[in-house]
Design a protein around this ligand. Structure first.
Ligand SMILES: [Zn+2]
Length: 327
């Protein structure tokens, strides 16, 4: 059996040649001359007619096949915050030993994350599981590909092309990160907290590119401060300094419209602030105003007019490397 990645490469090539109108025989000859592999006619026919595909089983075999999308950016934002990417210490035969997940108390956050995971991985819809005892939702997938991309500590150089793909992807990353690490106070202040100062500075850079200027991160909680976990009620001490940034008052409406929040109770507080200050009108028949975008409504268009439809937009970068590789 040929390695899956090679089969996928050949499969993509076969479909491409077929679209160009080549016959089965011509396709087989072409594949042989370029890749040195002689495919059988029935093999090619099954691929073309969609009976078999090497994508079955694992749909996204490696990072190189991940395409930039708002959903992937959202996942990156969430994992950069509260989400986890873990490798099991003990390996079990036949089991995938890497997991990407999130534990949260807000259903809509868990559902958004789950929806993005199934879309990015091309898997059947994923449902968060609920722990009644603990009162939280858990979403978890096993994916070597996502683990490769998202293992911690995060490698921002690897993530940047996905996050900065277009304005929509930047906004989706910021939304995932704010859903995870952001809070809205009762008086409408948006605060984002994280222990990684450089990550917060990167968040500031992205906010700036979307027209939201923020001040430098300030110390929020010093390492060693005793705290109580609101989920488990266990006492613990912080082992790292935590920093915070604020979205300034005059950018809150922009934040609401361009990035938005998924978690209802946070969104509600921000809406109340905006309504109170005359920046947002209360919708007459709805409990929530219809202005804040859902994730798939985030802006699609780049400055240079390129659309984000998850296609490879970087003409010479790593996304195109495979199509030009010769075996
Ligand atoms: Zn994009």
């Amino acid at each position: 059996m040929r390695p899956r990645e090679l089969r996928i490469r050949l499969y993509d090539e076969v479909l491409r040649l077929r679209r160009r109108g080549l016959s089965y025989r011509q396709i087989i000859d072409r594949i042989q001359s370029v890749h040195g592999v002689r495919l059988s006619k029935s093999h090619v026919s099954e691929w073309i007619r969609g009976i078999h595909s090497p994508y079955n089983g694992i749909y996204i075999p490696s990072i190189d096949y991940l395409k930039p999308s708002k959903e992937l950016s959202y996942i990156i934002g969430v994992v950069a915050g509260d989400g986890y990417s873990k490798q099991r210490a003990k390996k079990y035969k036949g089991y995938n030993d890497v997991r990407i997940g999130l534990t949260v108390k807000d259903r809509e956050f868990a559902e958004e994350f789950a929806g993005c995971l199934s879309k990015v991985l091309g898997r059947k819809p994923l449902k968060p599981s609920y722990s009644k005892h603990r009162g939280w939702f858990v979403v978890e997938v096993e994916s070597k590909t996502l683990y490769q991309l998202l293992r911690k500590p995060l490698e921002m150089d690897r993530l940047r092309p996905f996050i900065e793909h277009c304005r929509g992807c930047m906004a989706a990353f910021l939304r995932g990160f704010s859903d995870s690490e952001g809070s809205v106070t009762t008086d409408g202040r948006i605060c984002i907290i994280n222990t990684d100062k450089s990550l917060l500075n990167y968040v500031r850079e992205l906010l700036y590119r979307l027209g939201i200027e923020t001040a430098e991160p300030r110390l929020h909680i010093k390492a060693g401060t005793p705290l109580k976990d609101p989920r488990t009620h266990k006492k613990y001490r912080t082992n790292k300094d935590a920093y915070r940034i604020y979205v300034p008052a005059d950018s809150r409406l922009r934040f609401y419209q361009l990035i938005g929040l998924t978690i209802e109770r946070k969104k509600k507080r921000l809406e109340n602030y905006l309504i109170k200050h005359g920046l947002l009108k209360k919708a007459p028949s709805q409990t929530t105003p219809p202005f804040s975008p859902s994730l798939n409504q985030l802006p699609d268009i780049e400055h240079n007019g390129v659309y984000c439809r998850g296609r490879d937009l970087n003409p010479i970068g790593r996304f195109h490397r495979l199509s030009t590789t010769r075996l």
